[in-house]
Design a protein around this ligand. Structure first.
Ligand SMILES: Nc1nc2c(ncn2[C@@H]2O[C@H](COP(=O)(O)OP(=O)(O)OP(=O)(O)O)[C@@H](O)[C@H]2O)c(=O)[nH]1
Ligand SMILES: [Mg+2]
Length: 212
């Protein structure tokens, strides 16, 4: 049964911080279902998560890139979790730490059985950078659906934002896993309803069933 927004939004509003994990072996137990937010540093992952659960300040946001360095888990219900992944691609980070990050993210995507889908957050003005393309290759490899938020859409005029939307849709048309793309703004709440219904679809589709 699809969940209506009227039913789901109050559930999302109950989201609470659960735990932070510095590495995969310290993640909470594999139970229920998880949806993760990935994206380059400063793309707006934490802001998007906060807008979706209607709780500013829940996930820490910052003007300093690389704020989120841990894997942060949020419980929507005892069964449903949202995961704020560390950002990637900030320039100041030494090469060995970038490799360490890649290994952690790769391991998380590969091994986390309860992960049912990825929200890939990209600044609408700078989509599909190298790391975004790597994430798309990974979700293809692990056969995981991906939903792209083109964030900070308030930074562009409506026409320019729509042009970016169509360009990204075209660019990902050949991706071999289910992929959807939308405009999003945590500032003026553009696209919040659409993103919530994607979360609701993934959570309720996975409910009670094992990931295939
Ligand atoms: N104008 C505008 N600014 C935004 C929006 N979303 C996020 N920002 C700003 O962009 C900056 C980064 O936002 P975060 O949500 O912390 O980004 P992040 O992807 O979690 O960053 P890391 O945790 O460092 O990887 C902050 O200064 C936010 O206020 C938006 O929709 N519109
Ligand atoms: Mg963050």
């Amino acid at each position: 049964m699809p969940m209506s927004p009227d039913d789901f939004t109050p559930i999302l509003r109950q989201t609470r911080f659960l735990t932070s994990a510095p590495s995969l072996d310290q993640c909470p137990p594999e139970a229920g279902v998880e949806i993760a937010f990935a994206g380059r540093s400063n793309a707006g992952k934490s802001s998007a998560l906060n807008a979706l659960v209607d709780h500013s300040g829940l996930a820490r946001t910052s003007k300093t890139p690389g704020r989120t360095q841990l894997i942060n888990f949020f419980a929507v219900t005892p069964e449903w979790r949202l995961v704020d992944l560390p950002g990637y691609g900030y320039a100041q980070v030494p090469e060995h730490l970038k490799r360490e990050w890649q290994a952690q993210m790769g391991a998380y995507l590969e091994q986390r059985q309860c992960l049912v889908g990825l929200f890939l957050v990209m600044d609408v003005r700078h989509p599909l950078k190298e790391f975004d393309r790597m994430m798309l290759e990974w979700v293809e490899h692990y056969a995981m659906p991906v939903h792209i938020l083109l964030s900070k859409s308030d930074k562009l005029k409506r026409n320019a934002a729509n042009q970016q939307l169509f360009a990204v849709r075209k660019a990902v048309a050949d991706v071999t896993v289910p992929v959807s793309v939308q405009l999003f703004s945590a500032l003026n709440k553009t696209g919040v309803d659409a993103a919530r219904s994607r979360l609701a679809d993934w959570f309720s589709a996975a409910e009670g069933g094992e990931k295939e």
